[in-house]
Design a protein around this ligand. Structure first.
Ligand SMILES: [Zn+2]
Length: 159
């Protein structure tokens, strides 16, 4: 492994356990360059059992249910045909359902079929207004993802 900052071959790796709010204990792996101190962070969550959780969104207030998503989790909303898959660039985040829908709105313009994009945007906006009932499902082999019934708390943006 070569340091991407200075080209040195002196990379060392280590691990430390840290506590992240809403996720609990996390094993944090990192690579650090001995020459320039450049650090590459990688988070791996110490496993509980795999989880599958779902929440039904039936009225506008339900949109404030929070979701803590680890980077190995799949998040899906079958009624709206929306999925977030785990992948190398998958993010760990804490948001509420409304924030989750906003994430989908941000990536939609990347798709080619403008007509379908428009349809999907309208559908998501209706869901954000509480006009569509839907289910949010998280499936997480690492067991760290979960819903938080934090309707009175302000929204938390991504970690
Ligand atoms: Zn370096």
């Amino acid at each position: 492994m070569t340091c991407p900052a200075c080209g040195s071959k002196q990379m060392e790796w280590g691990t430390e356990d840290i506590d992240i709010p809403n996720f609990g204990k996390v094993s944090h792996y990192y690579l650090r360059c001995r020459d320039c101190g450049y650090k590459i962070n990688d988070f791996a969550f110490t496993g509980n059992n795999p989880t599958r959780a779902e929440v039904k969104i039936e009225k506008k207030e339900d949109l404030f249910t929070k979701i803590a998503r680890g980077n190995q989790a799949r998040v899906s909303i079958p009624e709206l045909g929306l999925n977030i898959y785990p992948g190398p660039v998958a993010e760990t985040f804490v948001t509420n359902i409304e924030g989750l829908l906003e994430r989908f709105l941000r990536v939609l313009p990347l798709f080619e079929d403008k007509e379908r994009v428009k349809e999907k945007e309208d559908e998501i906006h209706r869901a954000m207004n509480g006009d569509v009932k839907f289910t949010v499902i998280i499936e997480d082999p690492s067991g760290v993802s979960h819903f938080i019934d934090g309707k009175d708390e302000p929204n938390i943006s991504s970690l």
